[in-house]
Design a protein around this ligand. Sequence first.
Ligand SMILES: Cc1cc2nc3c(=O)[nH]c(=O)nc-3n(C[C@H](O)[C@H](O)[C@H](O)COP(=O)(O)OP(=O)(O)OC[C@H]3O[C@@H](n4cnc5c(N)ncnc54)[C@H](O)[C@@H]3O)c2cc1C
Length: 500
Amino acid sequence: MNEEDKKGLTRRSLIKGAAVGAGVMALGGLSVKEVKAVPPPKKWDSEVDVVIVGSGFAGLAAALTAHDAGAKVVVLEKMATHGGNSIINGGQMAAWTSKVRKQRSDLEEDSAELMYQDMMKAGHNLNWPDLVRTVANGAPDALNWLVDLGVVFPPALIIQAGGHSRARTHQTQNISGSDIISVLYRVTQEKRIPVLLGHHVEGIVREQPLAGKVLGVKVRTKGKTSYFKIRKGVVLASGGYSRDVKMRTKEVPYLVGEWLSTNQPGATGEAIRQAQDIAAATTQMDRIQLYPFADPDTGILDKPALIPFTSPAFAIYVWKNGKRFINELAPREAIASHEAFVLKEKPTWTIFDNASWPNFTKNEVLTNGIARKRIFKADTLEALARAAGIDPAGLVETVKKYNSFVDAGVDKDFGKPRFRAKIQTPPFYAVPQWPAIHHTMGGLQMNTKAQILDREGEVIPGLYGAGEVSGGVHGGDRLGSCAITDCIVMGRIAGKSAAG
Ligand SMILES: Cc1cc2nc3c(=O)[nH]c(=O)nc-3n(C[C@H](O)[C@H](O)[C@H](O)COP(=O)(O)OP(=O)(O)OC[C@H]3O[C@@H](n4cnc5c(N)ncnc54)[C@H](O)[C@@H]3O)c2cc1C
């Protein structure tokens, strides 16, 4: 038996073990009244094969795949617009190969195994290995599927992002998830798949409160309740809970309301609680990621806020004293923790020079950022430091030292494993940054067919999940640019499974 199988077995036995306690509580201690599952209605209002909850990457990928497998599909979205976090996303998607990456002969060879290892390392090996393998193995097909639908990932915009051992992060042409959502949404409309906005799913209907098949969902629209019956499956693609302070602080008490978040306001995780009401199991709910480089004033992850993540091989991060504080290729968790809990005073800055930026961003991002004072630019390091509010002498000294490390090929201070260039060509740039709540790694437990599991580790018939609503793919910390991959790979699997 290999290590992964052993881990899988341990995991399943742990679930079984835990389920004994949960089962006693559920069956022995609670009355049916106390169980919050939604009872079947006297009359259903509509009937389809597959209901998808959520219209982000995972939901639209699931909808298209279920439709192509012959199912009649409806997508329910509670907000007034489609797209969730996916439409405000940075458009960066990891894939170890693709028809785009094959056009870059300068990049080091990559593999599914290396991507798997990087995701596991970032996740502190807490990830569920079978799910990580599924995502890493499925990455090239998922990216090529998007390209075939019309998403443009220019070959020149493939970069080595923080925490990755290879250049495999493909960026869309406008460095935005809206490049992907606009294509997925257009295709759903061409295929006449309804995406119903303002449809808030309030509960999941199961044959019995804690047993049997899933029958449909209860929905609230403009103050009215209706019930959607399914012939085949419900796919939960409802995203994470970064914006639900109660849910966050229940898991991690210090993530209180004062924290800024990169997420859209609808990222409130109620579908996870609704699934729990019908006995679904969750995993790693206390794993919540801070994005280390958000706009310090708003928490928004705008285009300048992507520069620090995409530039680590070319740039340095400094604090107000001008000194570096970390290996810039370190995972997000290490960087954000150091900022928030060691330095404690915002902001920090990413510093880079004029020779480097074409390797990781676009001219428009720089010019727009400078125009709205999100990016500082100056002809000397001293002037840059003064404009940004950094100690000038400290910054000059730090860059001199860093450049000597690049010459020597060894970072004596922080052990940065890879340098691409010295910081020496004016003008110089600074982007202020600070952590904001970004991604909830935990969520519903599922298997590699995207079937959601109950507290005994058994499949809940008719219930599927994909994307940020699920847990286990990213373990303790998500490797940047792997969420899109997760959503598209698992979304397509969920759509196929639900329609099957
Ligand atoms: C600003 C930002 C930038 C990011 N950039 C990147 C990046 O470049 N690369 C990367 O890999 N990852 C990135 N991420 C992470 C990634 O975008 C998310 O993990 C991903 O978009 C989640 O997709 P999803 O389909 O699971 O959920 P979402 O896109 O959030 O969609 C879920 C939808 O479900 C709806 N919903 C929720 N509950 C209900 C309900 N009860 N009834 C009906 N509808 C409901 C929500 O309103 C939402 O529209 C970024 C995240 C943010 C916030």
